[in-house]
Design a protein around this ligand. Sequence first.
Ligand SMILES: [Zn+2]
Ligand SMILES: [Zn+2]
Length: 350
Amino acid sequence: MYRARAEGITFTKEPYIEDVGPRRIKSMKFTALSDSEISKIAEVQVWKNSYYDQTRKPIEGGLLDPRMGLANASDKSGTCATCHAKYDSCPGHYGYLELALPVYHVGYLGVVLQILKCICKGCARTLIDEDLRKERLKKMRSPKLEHPRKIALAKTLIDRCSAMTSSKAVKCLRCGFINGRVHSFSCAITIGIDLKSNDYVWSDAVKQNSFLTEHHCPVKKAVSMLGIIHDTSKCIDGNLEEFRSAISHTKEAKAPVNLTTHLLDPLRVLFLFKRMPDEDCELLYLADRPEKFILTNIAVPPIAIRPSAMVGGSHSNENEITERLKQIIQANANLRQELQEASGAFKCLV
Ligand SMILES: [Zn+2]
Ligand SMILES: [Zn+2]
């Protein structure tokens, strides 16, 4: 170690091995990265959806920003803007992409659904009473209880809360909010282009027949949309049938969302998860804070794992990951603009 200090630090791809003899790994933890952790490991914020400028140089703030490493192996003279190494020696560096609104991560949707089944949609506390909460917390904190037993215990809590709200709506003991059944839904949507405005438009399966008019040109069919619904219809009791028969002739009667169901959008869920106390996370045996399961920042991988392929020395083909990220940047920019226009219109009304 002293020798390394004396000679100065050098960048290398060789693994670092500490010369102190064998060591025993006590524990290992896998966890999702939070939005601040993603921006902390990143060297650059990516927000432009173009790759090169007019002189064929990678654009700063673009998906091929040189601070994330060099774009292709044929660039023999170029160096990385972060570590100043050549293509062969640069390990690659992350960037990050800030989303205009949070979104569900498809891989965590199951966990998010399980947590939502257990918490109040008003105050974000677990739906069980205080005595049971204390008893469960004591068991979860017990060092004698093994890991598989704690998983099983958390599962019984999820099953208990699901059963509570599946047959009838439950009033929260702390804030009085009415909690109904939480479930996911998916529906097929058709994406098309409005021939008048040239904008993308979409329609769900229910409205599909009226959607395909001479003004709309469908471009993609049966794209599935995933969402989470909070169904409080059980609290309407006998009035529900009367309500359903009254709207039976309308399109809304067949739609997945009606007046007694509420879409739990990622922004609302993120707000609830941030309010969840650490003790309630322990009850559900969560390894980390639940807000990490909702995406607010996307880690843009180093260019080294999504290299460009040069064609004919002047044109480059971009990797599939880069192309996908470009679509996300475009959709994100459109959404951000719509939000700004909407907030501007609201300020005019005020
Ligand atoms: Zn580098
Ligand atoms: Zn509550």
